[in-house]
Design a protein around this ligand. Structure first.
Ligand code: MF3
Ligand code: CO
Length: 258
C-alpha cells in the first residue's frame, strides 16, 4: 500500500490486456481449488492438500504468491474449524469426518496475481456447518454483484455484513480483502463491513480480492503461537470465501472461477 494509492479516488485501473493476464492467473487458482476440493476427505492431511496445490502450479508453470510471503512456508493456507484464516498445512493436521476446512491459495502468471478461497465440509457435517459455509458464499456473491462501474468500496463491506448478520453469524473485522495486481496485496483494503455509498469509486479495470470471513459465534480473533493461524476468540467455527474480481464495463467478472 502506498500513499499515492491511498489518496486515489479509484483503485488502480488495469488495461484489458492486463486483466487478460490476471484471468490466466485466476484460472490456475481455480484449478488448484478444484483439485484440492476433490481431495478433501476424512483422513487426509492438510500437508497433502498443499502438495496438490504445488502440483497444479508446477503443471501450469505458475509461481506461488503465498510461499515465502513474509516467510510463509506453503502454497496454500488450510484452516479447519475454528481457524479463520492463515492455517499452515501440516502432516499432523488430519481432516476428520464432520470438520470444515477453508482453503486459500494464489498463483502468479507473468507477474500478475490471483487469490481465492473456499470452505468445504469434510464428509458429513452438521446442518449449522453447512449453513455457515452457504452464508459465506452468499455474502461473497452479493458483494460481487455490487462491483459495477460507479459502485463504492463501502457497498462491498455493507453487503457482506448485511448477508452475514441476516444469517445470524458475525463478520471478522481485523482482516480484509484487498486490491490485487502486480502484488497479491495492494491498496485499497476492502473491509467486510462498511457503509453503502462511501469509499473509493469503482471503475472498469479495478481488480479486487473480496474475502468474507464469517464466524458462527462472535467476531473476535486471536493469532496462535505459530504466528500465522488466526482463530476465533470464542472457539466457534469460521468459514472463508474469496474471489479475485475485475470490474468490467459489463459488470463484475470473477477471475478465479473455473
Ligand atoms: N489470501 C491471503 C490473504 O489475502 C494471503 C495469505 S498470505 C500467506 O489474506 F502468507 F498466508 F500465504
Ligand atoms: Co486475499
Amino acid at each position: 500500500m502506498n500513499r499515492t494509492m491511498l489518496g486515489a479516488r479509484t483503485p488502480p485501473i488495469r488495461s484489458a490486456a492486463e486483466v487478460a493476464v490476471m484471468r490466466r492467473a485466476g484460472r490456475v487458482v481455480a484449478e488448484m481449488h478444484e483439485a484440492i476440493r476433490a481431495a478433501i476427505a476424512p483422513g487426509v492431511s492438510t500437508a497433502a492438500l498443499d502438495r496438490i496445490g504445488r502440483d497444479v502450479l508446477d503443471r501450469r508453470g505458475a509461481r506461488s504468491n503465498f510461499l515465502g510471503y513474509h516467510g510463509y512456508p506453503a502454497v496454500i493456507c488450510a484452516s479447519p474449524n475454528d481457524v479463520i484464516v492463515h492455517g499452515i498445512p501440516a502432516e499432523d493436521v488430519v481432516l476428520a469426518e464432520g470438520d470444515i476446512v477453508s482453503i486459500d491459495c494464489g498463483a502468479v502468471v507473468d507477474g500478475w496475481h490471483g487469490d481465492a478461497a473456499f470452505t468445504a465440509p469434510v464428509g458429513t457435517v452438521a446442518e449449522e456447518a453447512h449453513r455457515l459455509i452457504a452464508v459465506s458464499e452468499a455474502a461473497l456473491a452479493a458483494a460481487v454483484a455490487t462491483m459495477v462501474d460507479g459502485g463504492r468500496v463501502g457497498d462491498i463491506g455493507h453487503t457482506v455484513s448485511e448477508v452475514v448478520e441476516a444469517g445470524g453469524f458475525s463478520v471478522v473485522r481485523e482482516y480484509t480483502g484487498h486490491g490485487i495486481g502486480r502484488a497479491m496485496h495492494e491498496a485499497p483494503a476492502v473491509p467486510n463491513h462498511g457503509r453503502r455509498g462511501t469509499g473509493l469509486h469503482l471503475r472498469p479495470g479495478n481488480v479486487l480480492a473480496v474475502e468474507p470471513m464469517v464466524n458462527a459465534g462472535g467476531p473476535g480473533t486471536e493469532v496462535l503461537e505459530d504466528g500465522w493461524s488466526v482463530v476465533t476468540a470464542d472457539g466457534s467455527w469460521s468459514a472463508h470465501a474469496e474471489h479475485t474480481i475485475a470490474v468490467t464495463p459489463d459488470g463484475p467478472e470473477i477471475l478465479t472461477r473455473a
